[in-house]
Design a protein around this ligand. Structure first.
Ligand code: NDP
Length: 294
């Protein structure tokens, strides 16, 4: 199987590196910045001019792009994958986007014989580099088995249902991650204001009922150090929370905590933190009380 890889960002670049190092012949292209494509070429990948060209050359094309608009542009727009696809080709979309967008893309491409796998990921940039991502796969079982060796070069695959179900599971995860993160910001603000040491709070709550994995993921190296180099950009988490809110509105599900989280992420973004790591939103929330967690 030859592979196309589109979207060499914070996640895509280390994921593509693992694919190339696993021995898959890989084709890629670039959008605005060429550096990541050149770095992949240095490992043996081939850089071509457009997504259409990638679709002509590769059997299975992976996309991991910011969100729905970019995914639509790369799959169906001018010079897109759609222009290069032929029957039997495979699109594996690993973007965190909405199920409805991917289903629309499937509606446009499936009649032309393109097979679609939904495969968003969790595990962050460290998981991407280590090949330990959780891959939430949605789609046909036989297609998943065909793609399993490729996917397993990047992480652990869990089959969660049909096309679109990967996106659903991923968005639920993002809602919980966003709320857990902000709970740390708010609770630590009160603790610190009341005289507690943030390192003590971390070590005690890690063994107590208030613990969440988010503490391990975003206290050391980020909140405890006051360092917010992404990682996962705050504006991408804002996007994910908004995807959840939009989807819930369509289905009459009230999202009380997620709505508040969305407002905090919007305010932090408006305060200039959109390109920082998303943990900056917890620092922003603590900052409303005049408390610094670091
Ligand atoms: P980045 O912003 O770092 O990377 C996005 C990549 O997409 C860049 O290489 C960018 O190229 C490319 N791109 C953007 N627009 C287009 C376009 N129209 N055509 C072609 N390429 C385009 O994002 P991440 O890698 O952090 O995230 C990617 C996806 O993975 C998102 O959906 C995110 O929610 C999800 N995710 C991210 C995690 C993280 O920890 N970062 C963890 C799990 C999931 P260029 O820069 O040249 O424009």
């Amino acid at each position: 199987m030859t592979v196309g890889f589109i979207g060499l960002g914070a996640m895509g670049a280390p994921m593509a590196e693992r694919v190339v190092k696993a021995g898959f012949r890989t084709f890629t292209t670039f959008h605005k910045r060429r550096e990541a494509a050149d770095a992949l070429a240095a490992l043996g990948a081939t850089v071509v001019d457009s997504p259409a060209e990638v679709a002509r050359l590769a059997d299975a094309i992976i996309t991991i792009l910011p969100a729905d608009a970019e995914l639509e542009e790369v799959t169906l727009g001018k010079g897109s994958l759609a222009e290069g696809f032929s029957p039997g080709k495979i699109l594996i979309d690993m973007t965190t986007a909405t199920a409805s967008t991917l289903l629309e893309i499937e509606g446009a491409l499936a009649p032309r014989g393109v097979r679609i796998l939904d495969a968003p990921v969790s595990g962050g940039t460290t998981g991407a580099a280590a090949g330990t991502l959780t891959i939430m796969a949605g789609g046909d079982s036989a297609l998943l088995e065909e793609c399993r060796p490729l996917l397993e070069s990047m992480g652990r695959v869990i089959h969660v249902g049909g096309v679109g179900q990967g996106k659903v599971v991923k968005i639920v995860n993002q809602m919980m991650a966003a709320v857990h993160l902000l709970a740390i910001g708010e609770a630590f603000a009160l603790g610190i204001r009341s005289g507690a040491d943030p390192h003590t709070l971390y070590s005690v709550i890690k063994e107590s009922s208030g613990y969440s994995k988010m503490m391990d993921l975003r206290l050391p190296g980020f909140l405890l150090e006051g360092s917010f180099k992404p990682g996962f950009k705050l504006d991408l988490m804002k996007k994910d929370v908004n995807l959840a809110l939009a989807s819930a509105r369509g289905q009459n599900v009230p999202l009380l905590l997620t709505s508040v989280a969305g407002s905090v992420f919007s305010a932090a973004s408006a305060a200039g933190k959109g390109s920082d790591d998303f943990s900056a939103a917890a620092a922003f929330l603590a900052g409303l009380a005049g408390v610094e967690i670091a």
